[in-house]
Design a protein around this ligand. Sequence first.
Ligand SMILES: [Zn+2]
Length: 113
Amino acid sequence: MPVALGVGAMYDWDVHIQSSCRNCGADDHIDTADKGRALKTVEPQDTCVCSGIRPSEGRAETSLCTVLAFFCSDQCLESWRLENNPDTLGYRLSPDEGLGVGRPIFGQTLLPG
Ligand SMILES: [Zn+2]
């Protein structure tokens, strides 16, 4: 799940993210650098992120999280979107852009108050 891109910054660690393309099931692997604040490697290189927009219906796992996903390619993202969520608004993000979204959300979570 793309929010995983912000977890490294939250813990101040580099992380390895293993996910699956929501469309075809192919493995996606992402390693971070600079204590979760930058990307080190992305496999496959065409990996992209869908950051959909869906109103909260109580629990994130049954609303927003259903339209946040990794894809192995733009073609898979578009196939999945057309088949499953053709009317859902959202953005296609590169992994680096996804890190830029996830880091501010989770990066400050564990800082001393
Ligand atoms: Zn795929």
